[in-house]
Every structure is written in C-alpha cells, then in structure tokens.
Ligand binder design. Structure first.
Ligand SMILES: [Zn+2]
Length: 257
C-alpha cells in the first residue's frame, strides 16, 4: 500500500508548494512592499515643479510618504492615509484630492520591524541606529519614527513663480522652524546609493506634530522617547511625467554637484 500511495502524495505535496509559491508571487505584485514614486528628485532639483499626478491617485499607491506640490508649494507628508501640506508658514494644511504633485514617494506602510528608542540621540546618531537595525543597505526602506522629541528643526519651501529657479537656489532662502519638547512623527525613507538622482540616497524625513498642525522637511532633531518602525520595501515602481519639461531636462547626475 505504501508504495502505491507515495506517488500520489508526492505530487500533491509538490502542488502545494507550487501553489504557495504562486501566492507569494501574487502578493509581491499586488502587496504592500512597493515603494512608489512619481517623477524623480533629479527633475525637481532641475526646477521641474509641475506634475500631472493627483493626490487622489498618489493615495491609491500608499498611505505613508513624502513629497511636494505643484509650484513647489510646501512639503508633503502622508500619514495614516491623510496627506498634509506644510506651507512656507510652517503650518500643516489638509490636501484636496485634485491637488497635484511634481514629486512624491509613498508606500502602504506595513512594519517588518519595530524598536523602542528611549535615549537622547541627535539626527546623525538616529540615522546610524536605524542603519544598524537593517539587514542590508541594498534595498529601500520606509521608516516611521513616532513619539516624543526634545527638539526638531524643519524647513519648508515657498511657492514658486515661473520661470522656476533650480531647487538649490530656492533652499538658500528656505523658512526654518524649530520645535521643542514636541510629540509627533517623522515619516521617511532610507534608500540605497544606487537610487541617487532618481531619488534621495540615504535618509530623508518629513515631520508632523501629533496635533497634525505643523512640521516640514527634517534638518535636525533630538530624540527623547520614540518607536521606530521599519518597512522593508523591496520593489520600486516609478511613474514618470509625459510633458516637455520632463523630457527635455538634464538628468545626467550633474544636478547633485
Ligand atoms: Zn524633504
């Protein structure tokens, strides 16, 4: 009997393996580990500040992320499905679905690793601590740092008029904001060096207060008591603008020099 059943059992086991293999492949295609970005940071550096992707569409691609708005009208932070616009006054405004982005990076946040940090560390030390938690520096990560900060320094960018200056000229006059003993969340990404020009290599964070009323692009911070959640996003999906400004821009990498 045994010799008769074995050939039947084996194919069934194999079929089971194949099916579970298919499921995880399907999960990979439709699942939550996709880092989605609209346009490139390189084109933003070159002064391409108008895109044609709406925030309604961007929210379909993720509930967590960062970016900016057409005419470079402030810093964008998305947290818990809600998109906020931190304008040049430092205040966070709700974003209408029909507003558009020239650059945005989002994912469906789904933590793979969560760590509590109850020490006073500055921004550089925080980034080092995060790097030590990562299994590799060769895949992108989405990172959420929520809790109490003794200090946060942010910037925003003022809305621009055409002809648009390059981003390096805009940030020379960027408004700065400082927060002391503030509860809030830093939303960001840590990307491999090979993603340079297309996006920002290393760490990039935007901040918003727990009351969701102020924030910006993080320049410095001092952590007091936070939880760090890391989402491994090993797929990278880009949508690119189809207009002349994007088609004719120089994206050779000179933009970062
Ligand atoms: Zn930023």
């Amino acid at each position: 009997m045994k010799t008769k059943t074995t050939p039947l059992v084996l194919p069934m086991l194999l079929l089971g393996l194949v099916l579970s293999g298919c499921q995880s492949a399907q999960e990979k295609i439709t699942g939550h580990d996709i880092l989605f970005q609209y346009s490139t940071l390189g084109s933003l550096m070159e002064g391409i500040y108008d895109g044609d992707m709406t925030y309604a569409d961007i929210k379909q691609r993720g509930d967590f992320g960062l970016g900016t708005f057409n005419a470079l009208d402030g810093e964008m932070i998305e947290i818990d499905h809600q998109v906020y616009q931190i304008k040049a006054d430092g205040i966070a405004y709700q974003v209408d679905d029909d507003m558009k982005a020239p650059f945005a990076v989002v994912t469906h946040f789904d933590a793979d690793q969560t760590v509590k940090l109850q020490e006073s560390v500055d921004f550089a030390q925080l980034k080092k601590r995060i790097d030590n938690l990562l299994p590799t520096e060769n895949i992108p990560y989405a990172i959420k740092i929520a809790g109490l900060f003794s200090y946060v320094k942010t910037r925003s960018v003022p809305r621009q008029e055409k002809p648009y200056p390059r981003l390096s000229a805009v940030v020379e006059n960027q408004p700065l904001f400082e927060f002391q003993e503030v509860k809030g969340v830093m939303v960001g990404f840590r990307l491999p060096d090979y993603m340079a020009v297309a996006n920002a290599p290393g760490h990039h964070f935007h901040f918003i207060t727990a009351e969701r009323n102020a924030g910006g692009h993080v320049l410095e911070c001092q952590v007091k008591n936070v939880e760090i959640a890391i989402d491994y996003t090993d797929q990278w999906h880009m949508n690119l603008p189809g207009d002349d400004a994007f088609y004719k821009a120089n994206m050779s990498g000179e933009v970062f020099k």
